[in-house]
Design a protein. Structure first.
Length: 454
């Protein structure tokens, strides 16, 4: 399941997170979808004349179009036909990470597709690297730019301030709960931390595991702690990370301390499963799917995966609800921009390529992908009808929550220090009280490695 890129984690945690949830990780292929006669150049059978009725072939390349994206692909083709009735879209598909090596080579040899999908891959800021190399078209004047949500827009801009790519969909995390267990025990979703603690105590008193976790996959532990920290600090100061960089805020200050104390409360009161450190995330998901826990903390991809688990494992399905981390007055979501879509600066079909990009992110098309992945478009007021009811609960809170840019504004050394502290708490150990001081020292030592967005 494709996961959003906006969570503020260390580089090591980010790699683990993506590896744990990527839907294409086991589908790497060396096959490329290329129609007969195309030799991998950017030329097309008919030279562009600007007329909407002209016949031409336009190329788009991606790494994730497979049998699960056929409806999205068909909708794009239908939308584009409305603009260019005689156009043909040639999809160049290479599943998995080999796509990014291929794209790099094609861009360098002027043979890349007219429209390209990409992500920042392998720790590289590909958007700025590609822009500096002159590979990307300036899209700042496109109508859709004004509809991008504020927290996502910086991700689409190059260092010179130009919008050089469109985005797609993003997601978020939170507590997914078993509505049957809640209803049977007279429980409701909490709206603040005190209610959350009472909810956990009530479940534990009924000998029901309150929260099932698979912290053997450490990205799940990092995600839980990071979201708790983010909710607290962004509720108090939405510019906390920039102020931290400028020395106006501190990691060893009250916000991080409150987050660590709240996480310690969850562990000391036994609200997680006893084997949380020895089972992985798929095992924790199956425990929840089997009705053995009241809640699980995971991303917006969970409901769709539960449906598959219930069918594949023969488990009894139940209604699932959602609430965000209840550590602030409003939910906080760290978001990015999803996958990038850009127009090749070398294309012969400049306007046609911009129009294809617009078709890819049109409400009639992107809403299909959002539903299939349980994610949220980064464009204001774009309507999505989700077939999995629980995703609608997520969407309602997401739309009304605080959205902050999900920049990785802490060095890996700080993330490692915090993750180690969280692991000790889950294991039942007491902290020395110096963890946040050590994290601050690591931040001061390594913050020069950070690149702040403009």
């Amino acid at each position: 399941m494709k996961k959003r890129l906006g969570i503020i984690l260390t580089a090591a945690l980010m790699v683990s997170l993506l590896a744990g949830c990527s839907k294409s990780e086991n589908k790497v292929s060396t096959d490329i979808t290329t129609p007969e006669g195309n030799k991998g150049t950017n030329s097309s059978p008919v030279e562009p004349t600007g007329g909407d009725s002209e016949a031409f072939t336009i190329r788009a390349s991606t790494w994730f179009f497979d049998d699960t994206t056929t409806a999205y692909q068909a909708a794009i083709e239908k939308k584009y036909k409305e603009m260019y009735p005689n156009a043909t879209i040639q999809w160049d598909v290479l599943l998995g990470e080999k796509y990014f090596d291929k794209l790099k080579t094609e861009l360098a040899t002027n043979s890349a597709a007219d429209v390209i999908f990409f992500q920042n891959f392998g720790g590289q800021d590909l958007l700025n690297l590609y822009n500096k190399a002159g590979y990307l078209t300036d899209l700042s004047d496109q109508p859709w730019v004004s509809t991008v949500v504020e927290a996502s827009l910086p991700f689409l801009k190059s260092e010179d301030g130009k919008v050089v790519a469109a985005g797609t969909t993003v997601g978020g995390e939170g507590f997914w709960y078993n509505k049957k267990i809640f209803a049977d025990n007279g429980l409701t979703a909490p709206t603040n931390w005190d209610e959350f603690i009472k909810l956990n105590e009530a479940l534990k008193a009924k000998t029901i595991t309150p929260i099932v976790a698979g912290f053997k996959d450490q990205w799940t532990l990092g995600m839980t702690l990071t979201d708790l920290i983010q909710t607290i600090k962004s509720s108090k100061n939405i510019n906390f990370d920039r102020d931290l960089y400028d020395g106006k805020e501190k990691i060893n200050g009250p916000e991080y301390q409150e987050a660590l104390d709240k996480f310690a409360e969850l562990t000391s009161k036994g609200f997680f499963n006893k084997n949380a450190l020895t089972i992985d995330w798929p095992q924790s998901r199956l425990e929840f799917a089997a009705g053995k826990a009241g809640m699980i903390y995971q991303g917006n991809w969970l409901p769709g995966m539960l449906d598959a688990d219930w069918k594949d494992k023969g488990l009894t399905a139940f209604d699932v609800g959602y609430f965000a981390m209840p550590a602030g007055p409003k939910p906080v979501f760290s978001i990015g921009a999803g996958d990038y879509i850009a127009v090749n600066a070398k294309t012969k079909y400049v306007q046609q390529s911009k129009d294809l990009l617009s078709a890819i992110i049109d409400e009639s098309t992107l809403s299909i992908r959002a539903n299939d992945s349980g994610s949220v478009p980064i464009y204001k007021d774009m309507k999505v009808t989700y077939t999995v009811p629980a995703t609608n609960d997520f969407l309602a809170l997401f739309q009304n929550g605080i959205k902050v840019p999900g920049y990785a504004l802490i060095p890996p050394s700080v993330g490692d220090t915090l993750l180690q502290a969280a692991s000790r708490l889950v294991a039942g150990e007491k902290l020395s009280g110096k963890e946040l001081e050590d994290a601050q020292k690591n931040y001061d030592k390594d913050k020069g490695s950070l690149i702040l967005p403009k």
